[in-house]
Write a protein that binds this ligand. Structure first.
Ligand code: SF4
Length: 351
């Protein structure tokens, strides 16, 4: 079927909606769109057709292998290969999005994606055969909740973990349904103040923070990312508030600081300097966070895990995810301190 923008995307029956006042209301994300017949939701990948809602997120625009560290996850099954999928669409409209051609499907005329239907059985079998996991990333996985549930149901019995790199913009009832099939999530906290978050993403912040709390409480392994966006999250005060929130989830929550690079509608801004990233990492540690990471700009030291007990470097990582771990049963070999994380398949990360 031809989709908006000239790409090819199939629309299939969706879940996550209910009848209200004689109409249909989508219950997947906090926008809770009320859809009249023919309406498309704010995400542009859900629409009403007669008495049902359809979604364009059963298909994937990407199907490739990458390492778990590239999502990034630094405390979850190091070295795990992930078969990564990217259904079209996003509930946010960030001007700095590096994946805008996929994420802004339906919104931006330049987003002309073609998606192939996800063959769930084949994808899960491929991940199992390689001893890997499945990831939904690059676009917004929560909009592909139906695909997530189906992948998770098939993957779990085979011990194949399913992970999301997400914006966390879901309703609590949607979180409750997807949490049992997710082994790990990395969720962006892009700003500390409602106003800034709305300006940057077009959406409120509070539901993102609530999703993080709910997923953590549900036992899903949680890591947080913050892109340093000029004019919003790059500000010291914003960073300090975000770091405080991450620490409130637990001081062992890994916090990834993502370097801004000029792209999409923010081509005139400069990339984040290494000095600025180092400052941001200091802000994170000052908030009590034990594991603060910068993928590239600070060299190998920015990617290394140090034991919070004795300071010994216990996990080192290469740029492309090659990880070397000295951990023994998840603990520091020098002082025995437990390093928070899912380090082996036997922990919850098995599925
Ligand atoms: S997922 Fe899409 S259709 Fe559903 S409430 Fe959110 S923006 Fe609206």
């Amino acid at each position: 079927m031809t989709g908006w923008g000239g790409g090819v995307v199939a629309w299939v029956p969706a879940d996550f909606y209910r009848a209200v006042d004689g109409g249909l209301q989508c219950t997947l994300c906090p926008f809770r769109c009320r859809l009249r017949d023919g309406d498309t939701g704010a995400c542009k990948v859900r629409r009403r057709e007669g008495d049902r809602v359809l979604t364009a997120t059963w298909g994937t625009t990407v199907e490739h292998w990458s390492s778990v560290e590239r999502k990034p996850f630094y405390h979850f099954r190091p070295g795990l290969p992930l078969l990564t999928l990217a259904p079209p669409g996003c509930s946010f409209r960030c001007d700095y999005c590096v994946n805008h051609r996929v994420s802004q499907y339906g919104r931006d005329p330049d987003s002309r994606v073609a998606a192939q239907d996800a063959d769930v059985e084949k994808l899960v079998a491929a991940a199992a055969e390689r001893g890997g996991g499945l990831a939904l990333s690059y676009s917004e996985p929560s909009l592909a909740a139906e695909l997530t549930l189906e992948l998770g149901a098939r993957a779990r019995p085979l011990g194949v973990p399913l992970v999301w790199k997400s914006n966390g913009f879901l309703t609590p009832e949607a979180v409750e349904r997807v949490a049992p099939v997710l082994a790990a999530v990395n969720i962006d906290v892009k700003a500390a103040a409602e106003e800034e978050h709305r300006r940057l993403t077009g959406a409120p912040l509070a539901p993102v923070l609530e999703t993080l709390r709910l997923l953590k409480a549900a036992g899903v392994w949680v890591e947080v990312s913050t892109p340093l966006i000029p004019g919003t999250s790059a500000d010291d005060q914003q960073l300090a508030h975000i770091a405080e929130f991450v620490a409130s989830l637990g001081q062992d929550t890994p916090w990834h600081l993502l370097r801004f690079t000029p792209t999409y509608r923010m081509r005139d801004n400069r990339p984040t300097s290494p000095e600025r990233l180092a400052d941001a990492a200091r802000i994170g540690r000052a908030a009590g966070l034990r594991y603060v990471y910068v993928e590239r700009a600070l060299g190998a030291g920015g990617r290394a895990t140090r034991c919070p007990g004795c300071g010994v470097e216990v996990v080192t990582r290469g740029v492309w995810g090659q990880t070397e771990s000295l951990l023994r049963d998840g603990s520091c070999p020098a002082c025995g301190e437990r390093i928070a994380g899912i380090w082996t398949m036997d922990e919850r990360g098995g599925a």
